[in-house]
Structure formats: C-alpha cells, structure tokens
Design a protein around this ligand. Sequence first.
Ligand code: NI
Length: 180
Amino acid sequence: MTVINVLKMGDPCLAVKSKPVVDFKSNELQMNIADMIDTMRHYQGVGLAAPQIGLSQQIIVLEVADNSRYPQAQSIKLDILINPVILQFSEQKEAAWEGCLSLPGMRGRITRSVSITYQARNLAGEQVKQTVKDFHARIIQHEIDHLNGILYPQRLNDLAEFGFEESLPAFQQINRPDVN
Ligand code: NI
C-alpha cells in the first residue's frame, strides 16, 4: 500500500492539462492506479485525479462508502476512468458544497450539471459510456476538471461561498448529521 502526498493548490502540476494514457498494458499504469486508490481511501476522498499525486495522466478514481467527509452522500462503488470525456451536460444545474484533497479543510459552493454522459476507457482499455446523476455526476465533473488543470475555486460564482469548513455556517448546516 502506497499513500502518496497530495499536491496542494498552487502547485504547477495541478494547473496543466494531463496527457492521455496510451499504454494500457504497462505495469506502471496498474501501479499508479493502485497508489491513487490507496491515497484516495487514506485521505477519505470520494475521488482523486492523477495530477493530484503528480502524474500528468488522464486517470481518475472514485468511490463513496461511508465517507466521513460526505456523510450524506449516496454510495458509489470503486470506479477507474481513463481518458474520460464528458459527451453531454444536462441543462439542469444544481449548486452544492464541494471539497478537494488539494485544498484541505476548505469548501466551496459550486454549480454543476445535475447529470452527465461520459465516455472513458476502463483498466482493460475497453471503451465505456455511461450517464450518471447527482453526486456521482458532480464527482466526475470535479475530477475531470483536475485533468484540465482546473480546481473548484475557479468555478465559484461567489467568493462568499468559499472558506474553511469550521467557519462556514451554511456548510455546517447541511452537513449536520441530524439534517436530512
Ligand atoms: Ni479535487
């Protein structure tokens, strides 16, 4: 198990477009993905993009299972998306609080499409296409942004909706365990 240090906002590696994966048979790819999964789980992330551990490659991993950082989120089984592209964004959008392991302790309220259709390669290099909604769609939009060098603060509508978790009353309200 290898947990890698997650790069923080300001690191130039987080601000550049990642390169597509071309060799699906390499041991290096398998090892990098295993490190990404270990790192995401260790830091209680619901997703992680390769640039966050310093790899300029179009790979994202996601998983939601009893996550203390997102206590009310739906469960999502472990998924690995390679060279993902969003084919369609729903016109319907929704604002919600997001966090990011590259901005520890902070949250921002971001407006994103409620559902998306994406295309990606799986670990075997096969093409997959899927439509997902709600938190699942949000995670994928957030992670694909990382592959394009975009961090969520760049998508804020209002800087007043950005700050430290412990200081944001609006964020605390929606995350109180007794609130549905
Ligand atoms: Ni992030």
